[in-house]
Design a protein around this ligand. Structure first.
Ligand SMILES: *[C@@H]1O[C@H](CO)[C@@H](O)[C@H](O)[C@H]1NC(C)=O
Ligand SMILES: *[C@@H]1O[C@H](CO)[C@@H](O)[C@H](O)[C@H]1NC(C)=O
Ligand SMILES: *[C@@H]1O[C@H](CO)[C@@H](O)[C@H](O)[C@H]1NC(C)=O
Ligand SMILES: *[C@@H]1O[C@H](CO)[C@@H](O)[C@H](O)[C@H]1NC(C)=O
Length: 318
């Protein structure tokens, strides 16, 4: 590096210091927006990006999804409301509980179909889906169910999912008094239709209990391989994964690095960096991309940019 004593360099650094300190008016400044602008709590669950409880916060794929009701975090979908038991930000997983579903202790069935299963709006589907390891156990589906159409007699869509299936589920206390008998462990290919049909999310993409002409459902997952535990050891609930578009990572990283908080536009649903008293479609350092037209011109940015460029080049041209 060139010696700092060089007058031209000293003058240049002084200019840089001045240009950096004498920042242009608000709106062009890098922001310092409190993280609590969008992060919040519901009970003991932290709600943070891409989720949010406030309009305009979080990613648009998760808008109108979570609600805090009397300290309980609820997730609303067309198929119903689910209690959120956990949000795992590291593994991008949500653990949900549906009070209307069957578990190992008790069956919850009715002719009209109890519990609505799990149906995601088509526009939200790229962002939210049950885990591939999550098994849906559909109970009492009629022979005319769309589930069995195209697979006469063989019930092909029913299968074990990650080692969990109806054969084991029949071992639950819930089936002890079922019609005076326990369904056969040979779950598939015998009874028509089977009392229980286990499917993965990928096989049907929408668990609409009434449309599938079933009487109820259960759902189980496990976060760690628990092969020996059996159905009493399964976790009953719905384990959901979320995903964000690849481009969002860069956007949100840049937004945070410039002191902003990631959010979205309530109308266009596009990514928006919340910079305090203004919003940007890129980050809080770029007035040119202000979502709301800003009076300050881009010119004052030129000098700090030049300084940065010079610093980055290691003063080689001075
Ligand atoms: C929240 O509290 C409940 C008990 O009130 C506990 O079972 C649960 O594990 C807690 N969840 C988190 C994410 O800390
Ligand atoms: C910035 O965007 C948020 C979220 O969409 C909105 O609530 C807020 O009013 C916007 N602020 C300005 C200054 O436009
Ligand atoms: C489930 O299916 C029923 C009957 O086809 C339909 O009326 C209902 O809108 C569906 N529910 C969802 C959430 O898709
Ligand atoms: C499902 O798993 C059970 C118990 O592990 C096993 O007995 C059965 O053969 C499996 N069924 C299928 C269709 O793979």
């Amino acid at each position: 590096m060139a010696p700092l004593a060089r007058p031209s360099l000293a003058a240049f650094l002084a200019l840089c210091a001045f240009a950096t300190v004498a920042r242009p008016p608000a709106g062009v400044d890098a922001a310092n927006v409190p993280i609590t602008t969008c992060r919040s709590f519901c009970g003991n669950i932290t709600v943070d990006y891409p989720f949010a409880l406030r309009a305009g916060c979080g990613h648009a794929g998760f808008r109108d999804l979570l609600y805090c009701i009397n300290g309980a975090l609820m997730l609303h979908l067309p198929s119903g409301s689910y209690r959120v038991l956990d949000i795992d930000y590291a593994y991008r997983g949500l653990t949900l509980h549906d009070p209307a579903m069957s578990d190992c202790r008790a069956l919850d069935r009715s002719r009209a179909g109890r519990g609505n299963g799990f149906v995601v709006e088509p526009w939200r589907a790229p962002y939210l889906a049950p885990d591939p390891d999550n098994v849906f156990l559909l109970l009492g589906c009629r022979a005319s169910s769309p589930l069995f159409q195209g697979f006469p007699d063989r019930h092909l869509p029913c299968r074990n999912v990650s080692g969990r299936g109806c054969g084991e589920y029949y071992g639950c206390p819930a089936w002890d008094d079922y019609g005076g008998r326990r369904p056969s462990g040979a779950a598939y290919g015998s009874a028509v239709p089977p009392e229980c049909c286990a499917v993965s999310w990928d096989a049907i993409r929408a668990v609409n209990v009434s449309r599938l002409e079933c009487e109820g459902y259960s759902s189980a997952y496990s976060l760690a391989p628990v092969r020996a535990a059996g159905p009493a050891g399964w976790a009953y609930g719905i384990r959901v994964s979320w995903a964000l578009p690849e481009a969002n990572r860069g956007f949100c990283g840049a937004c945070r690095a410039t002191g902003g908080v990631c959010g979205h536009d309530g109308d266009s649903h596009g990514d928006l960096c919340l910079c305090g008293d203004w919003n940007s479609t890129s980050n809080c350092d770029s007035s040119a991309d202000a979502a709301r037209p800003n009076a300050a011109s881009a010119a004052p940015r030129a000098i700090p940019a030049l300084c940065l460029g010079v610093l980055a080049s290691g003063f080689s041209f001075l």
